[in-house]
Design a binder for this molecule. Structure first.
Ligand SMILES: C[S@@+](CC[C@H](N)C(=O)[O-])C[C@H]1O[C@@H](n2cnc3c(N)ncnc32)[C@H](O)[C@@H]1O
Length: 262
């Protein structure tokens, strides 16, 4: 990620995006009003404080680094600081699951399990599947889910391509959070749109992470089956449908910059 370019993208997005008041679609207005800008519910304190404590855990986790394609050893604390999603973002995922009420969720890229736990803690009747390629990290995530008593969530250790080519389950919400580059994102998008239930939503993380990711998002928006897209800078939400009008929204998120830091 190039911080300089990403900061410019963020400033540009802040000035060009809308709040709920510039939006005419009733569905998108309601989503912004009651979910994206809502302050509650948050993931349980137990989930947030569990992952905060991991920032002090220096135990090493060995396995594949999918960014560099090499075997590495990285401390839990480094993963918790560098790879796990910030609290204001996991809060939005938690609210999305609360608002959209999926019965099945797939997450590609689970790392220590923070975003997975935030989604799983909404309701224990929702079945949540995570996929993580690094075996030590996947084991650690499963132990964390056990400690948090989130029996409805489980992490499978597999490469995304392997997981997507082997199964045939379908999901109501699919969250892609790994390999933020053009080729892999387009490849995973093609595979996951076939695994989305009617009316389901795909959530992409880090739309502005790289040039390739921005190009992938621009192309995905043009896909003939994609109907509504919402660019929240940190996340892209999209719905698939046939013979429906396309509508793209760029929405200011979070509503106040204060939320990024607190
Ligand atoms: C940014 S982290 C995910 C953070 C997590 N969603 C959270 O917020 O707590 C991305 C994870 O995806 C995994 N990953 C990346 N590319 C992968 C691939 N092709 N197959 C399997 N895992 C992959 C990495 O090992 C890393 O742990």
């Amino acid at each position: 990620m190039n911080i300089y370019h990403t900061s410019w993208d963020f400033i540009r997005h802040r000035f060009s995006s809308k709040t709920r008041h510039g939006v005419h679609s009733p569905f998108v207005y309601e989503l912004i009003d009651q979910c994206i800008y809502a302050s509650d519910p948050m993931p349980t304190k137990a989930v947030i404080s569990f992952f905060e404590r991991l920032k002090q855990d220096s135990s090493p986790l060995k396995g594949m680094d999918y960014g560099k394609n090499v075997e590495t050893s990285v401390s839990v604390s480094l993963y918790a600081r560098r790879s796990a999603m910030p609290n204001f973002q996991v809060a939005l995922l938690h609210r999305l699951v609360h608002f959209l009420k999926p019965t099945s969720v797939l997450e590609l890229g689970s790392n220590l399990g923070k975003s997975l736990a935030a989604m799983a803690s909404v309701d224990n009747s929702i079945s949540i599947t995570g996929v993580e390629g690094n075996s030590d990290v996947a084991d650690f995530a499963n132990h964390s889910l056990e400690k948090l008593q989130l029996a409805n969530a489980k992490v499978y250790c597999a490469a995304f391509d392997q997981f997507l080519s082997e199964g045939n389950e379908t999901y109501d919400l699919i969250f892609l959070d790994g390999d933020h580059h053009y080729d892999p994102t387009m490849r995973y998008f093609k595979a996951i749109k076939e695994r989305l239930n009617v009316g389901g939503v795909i959530v992409l993380h880090d739309l502005y992470y790289s040039k390739g990711m921005k190009r992938a998002w621009a192309e995905i928006k043009k896909d003939r089956n994609v109907t509504i897209t919402i660019d929240l800078f940190f996340f892209g939400l999209l719905w698939i449908g046939k013979n429906q009008a396309k509508e793209s929204f760029s929405v200011k998120y979070p509503s106040s910059l204060f939320r990024i830091f607190f």
